[in-house]
Design a protein around this ligand. Structure first.
Ligand code: AMP
Length: 205
């Protein structure tokens, strides 16, 4: 399955992704992690990306798209993957759809982890990442609301969105995540059976 997990900074995507990749046994494609690795390695993309990441801004689409395109072509992604932090803009979502379509694939479902603004600030106080400086963190939330939230509508219109409550302990949230995954599986199976059905030879006239 190809699933996207969307949520504002501090929503707990990392924890849920970790559990979900173990459950689905698919690779975890986190663009934030890929970028942090590129920054650590000092690659030209990493050096460029750091300028934006340090400001709580989104890294330009071309850098991200090239990174994800290459990663999606790895053999281990053939059976599916969990996308975390990508797509984050409408153009990225459209590029992803085109990319998958060229390989006769598609996004099976999108899970939104919904967490209220005040709770995000509260959680941020308990974390220690460099880009969790309060000013930068607020910018990241603003960027989510401005650039990433429109994606929800995009996936809603494709009937692929499952919004789940991101409050509570990790275990309860994961139960909700699995319920969403089950719904996606049912839709995928239904589509598959309809497709198979249409391949049956027509009855003689
Ligand atoms: P994350 O770990 O997903 O919160 O990402 C950390 C930072 O990496 C973000 O604040 C952005 O600066 C950058 N980033 C990650 N994914 C993307 C993306 N899909 N598009 C643009 N910038 C991204």
């Amino acid at each position: 399955m190809r699933i996207i997990l969307i949520g504002p900074p501090g929503a707990g995507k990392g924890t849920q992704c970790q559990r979900l990749i173990e459950y689905l046994r698919v690779p975890h494609l986190s663009t934030g992690e890929m970028l942090r690795a590129a920054v650590r390695a000092g690659t030209p993309e990493g050096i460029e990306a750091e300028k934006y990441m340090g400001q709580g801004q989104l890294v330009p689409d071309p850098i991200i798209v090239e990174m994800v395109t290459k990663r999606l072509e790895y053999r281990d992604c053939r059976g599916g993957c969990l996308l975390d932090g990508f797509p984050r803009t409408l153009p990225q979502a459209e590029i992803l759809d085109d990319l998958l379509e060229r390989h006769a694939m598609s996004v099976d479902g999108v899970i939104e982890l919904a967490v209220p603004h005040d709770e995000l600030i509260h959680r941020m106080m308990a974390r220690k990442r460099a880009d969790d400086d309060p000013t930068i963190f607020s910018k990241r939330i603003a960027s989510f609301e401005l650039q990433t939230a429109p994606l929800l509508e995009y996936y809603q219109s494709q009937k692929k969105l499952a919004t789940i409550d991101g409050l509570g302990d990790a275990e309860s949230i994961f139960k909700r995540v699995l319920e969403a995954v089950q719904r996606f599986k049912n839709v995928v199976n239904l589509k598959g059976s309809k497709r198979n059905g249409s391949r049956r030879p027509s009855p003689p006239l």
